[in-house]
Write a protein that binds this ligand. Structure first.
Ligand code: ADP
Length: 703
């Protein structure tokens, strides 16, 4: 089998594969269907060439009939690709369909049989061939004309398509007229490449990726040439007659290639990139260096100037903006920029589309994608679909923001699933936007920035924590210093002889004693709160602790009007807690409740078990884990807590009582949380308050 047949088989396989691949794509588009019909007609053309080669007879008419399918299918496809109004060319399109059909029919009739009517057959062949070439050239001319009027980024893509098409047509014609095997093979190969290029072009629609594709094809071609020459050098000179030596040299050549491969590939890749795509090559190198430098940076301002200056100096981003997330908010503040001043902030409320897209997809947003979405939207929805208008508005809003930012790409600074910042890059022309490989490298830069941002935020938090710890220690020291002389002041005031001083002065002395007592209470409670936790947890029965607390309170004289109602659940599991500390918590809650209820109020203390079910999926089977909790509720029917005060009752020093310290509930919360539990409050104004303590049961893992 000759090289022409092999290349035709290859071309046929590629054409049919591409046709199938494009037909199974979802969502299906009319453009895909037209492209599939065009590639199918190319498949028939290649198949006819194979049939003619295999049957050793020149099935010229068969090849011609297959080629006659090309003008109408190419016409339909390119018209759709160029988005020409359907009606404008439809008469011409119908004419092409008609002519191709008529010529195909003539080709099938005995009229075109060269054995019967040689003259007519020759005229027919010449006419039909000219017709096919003429129509294809006419379509290419349309493509060329469109390159003049198209949008900047579209223009380049169409130019690629035009020159590729022209080259394919010329090579196919040369092969046809020359009849040489190699030239025919070249025609097939060119058609194969062109189909693949069209396929990429309609799917990726990213010109830069097509350029990259060309780059990769060039690398592959050079690599094949270099490695094939090693083989040729080592194997060909031996010739197949010396089989032993030939086999040996093949092994040696394979060995040499294996050793050389990585090195040669790196060298060829670099060389090709330097030669054909210098700008892109330099940017990639620059980004690699930038990522390396970012690894050793810890300060945010340093990161800002390094990233902005490096990218700006690269010449591939004339407009740059760096935004940082406002902590705990869905907004981003401008942190630095190069070029024209971008907006001060980006917020979810003002720019929902772009930010929600970034959050959802976690990948760069590109203006070219938004522009093509804007164009394609009407094809995805019917005109009366209400979502169409909404989608158009959303896309327009995102495009407007990108224009305001003068950005071609907005790259998220991702860490886990959080976007800590945004890097916006823009060039003067959309057509010079970033290729997918470059975007991947830019995403790595953004990731390195995200790590720096997170580390610095963590460092700030730690510094703040350390500062608070130091202030706490200082305050505890001061409280000690205040408490020590209090005893002496009170003692001295009490020592004053009441008989020797006036009644007014006696009143002052009792004020001194009262205030000293109050100060002592506050300072002692504060020291209790600030004291490092040193509990002695044991497996304890909650009901017993509650009963002991009530006894203790009775002994310490509860007000006579205090009604305490106990509703204790039986068979409570034990709880790991320091009983003395839990008593302290209960006393505090009960005293607060009694103080709130005044006369004839009721304080209800109840206990119960709560079973929280956690579902686990392990090796496909369901497994239940029961994590039980013991709940203690202290409820009163007093006036309740105002909704505004409710979130503040556990905050240290919050009190509504004239002689309160505001530390009771803060201490309770600390004790319960240290025991691995939680304390919550619910209250309805006028109906009382309920404090609920949740403690994990000591034997919580029942499964
Ligand atoms: P203190 O009792 O010294 O004010 P706490 O921390 O124990 O300090 O309580 C803080 C505040 O919470 C109280 O001043 C009161 O306003 C409110 N509070 C606590 N328990 C109750 C309750 N059972 N009913 C109404 N308000 C309460």
């Amino acid at each position: 089998m000759g090289v022409d047949a092999t290349s035709a088989i290859l071309a046929a396989i590629v054409s049919i594969t591409v046709a199938i691949a494009v037909l199974v794509r979802r969502p299906q588009r009319i453009l895909y269907q037209y492209f599939a019909t065009f590639t199918l007609s190319l498949f028939f053309w290649h198949a006819a060439a194979i049939a003619s080669r295999l049957s050793q007879s020149d099935l010229f008419n068969l090849k011609l009939i297959a080629a006659l399918l090309l003008p109408p299918t190419a016409g339909l496809f390119f018209r759709e690709l160029l988005r020409e109004p359907r009606r404008s060319n439809s008469r011409l399109q119908r004419l092409i369909f008609f002519c191709s059909g008529l010529l195909a029919l003539i080709g099938l009739s005995p009229l075109a049989d060269e054995q019967q009517h040689l003259g007519i057959a020759l005229i027919y062949r010449t006419f039909a061939t000219t017709y096919v070439i003429g129509i294809l050239a006419f379509i290419l001319n349309g493509l060329y004309k469109r390159t003049k009027t198209a949008r900047a980024d579209e223009k380049k893509r169409l130019r690629f398509l035009f020159y590729g098409g022209l080259l394919t047509l010329v090579l196919a014609c040369v092969g046809l007229f020359q009849g040489s095997d190699v030239l025919t093979a070249l025609g097939h190969i060119a058609a194969t490449f062109y189909v693949y290029f069209l396929y990429q072009s309609i799917l990726a629609r990213r010109l830069v990726d097509l350029v990259e594709l060309l780059g990769k094809a060039a690398v592959l071609a050079v690599l094949t040439l270099v490695l094939a020459s090693v083989y040729a050098l080592l194997v060909l000179w031996v010739g197949t007659h010396q089989q032993g030596l030939w086999l040996f040299n093949t092994l040696v050549a394979s060995f040499v290639i294996l050793i050389l491969f990585d090195q040669v590939r790196a060298w060829v890749e670099e060389g090709t990139a330097k030669l054909f795509f210098r700008q892109r090559y330099e940017l990639r190198m620059l980004l690699r260096r930038l990522i390396r430098s970012l690894r050793i940076i810890t300060e945010l301002p340093e990161m800002r100037s390094l990233v902005l200056d490096t990218l700006h100096a690269s010449g591939r981003a004339s407009q740059l903006a760096l935004y940082m997330q406002v902590e705990g908010d869905a907004a981003y503040m401008l942190y630095g920029h190069r070029g024209k001043i971008p907006p001060e902030s980006l917020s979810m409320s003002q720019h929902p589309t772009l930010l929600s897209e970034l959050r959802r997809d976690k990948k760069p947003v590109l203006i070219e994608n938004l522009l093509s979405r804007q164009q394609d939207l009407p094809t995805f929805f019917t005109a009366d679909d209400p979502s169409l208008q909404r989608e158009i508005e959303r896309t327009n809003e995102a495009i407007a923001l990108m224009r305001q930012l003068r950005a071609n790409a907005v790259i998220p600074m991702l860490i886990d699933d959080r976007i800590l910042g945004l890097l916006c890059l823009g060039t003067e022309h959309i057509s010079e936007a970033y290729s997918t490989d470059e975007l991947t490298a830019l995403l790595s830069v953004a990731e390195a920035c995200a790590i720096i941002i997170e580390n610095s935020q963590e460092y700030e938090k730690r510094r703040e924590r350390d500062r608070l710890v130091a202030i706490g220690e200082m305050a505890a020291g001061m409280a000690h210093e205040i408490r020590n002389p209090l005893g002496a002041i009170k003692g001295a005031a009490q020592c004053l002889e009441p008989t020797g001083i006036s009644v007014e002065a006696q009143d002052f002395i009792s004020v001194i004693i009262e205030e000293v007592d109050r100060l002592n209470r506050v300072v002692s409670a504060f020291l209790e709160y600030a004291r490092p936790y040193r509990g002695n947890p044991i497996s304890a029965n909650i009901n017993e602790i509650i009963n002991a607390t009530i006894k203790l309170l009775n002994r310490d004289a509860l007000p006579i009007n205090a009604n305490i109602d106990l509703k204790l659940a039986e068979d409570l599991p034990p709880v790991l807690i320091d009983p003395e500390q839990l008593k302290q918590v209960l006393i505090n809650l009960i005293q607060n409740a009694i103080q709130a209820t005044t006369t004839n109020g009721t304080v209800t203390i109840s206990t119960l078990i709560s079973l929280a079910r956690v579902t686990n999926f392990k090796s496909g089977s369901l497994r239940f884990t029961d994590r039980s909790q013991v709940l203690i509720r202290v409820r009163d029917n007093g006036p309740g807590i105002k909704p505004d005060d409710l979130p503040r009752v556990f905050v240290p020093f919050f009190t509504t009582k004239s002689s309160g310290t505001g530390l009771g509930l803060a201490i309770c919360q600390r004790i319960i949380e240290n025991g691995g539990g939680r304390i919550e409050v619910h209250s309805t104004l006028g109906k009382g308050a309920t404090f609920t303590i949740r403690l994990p049961a000591a034997n919580s893992n029942l499964s």
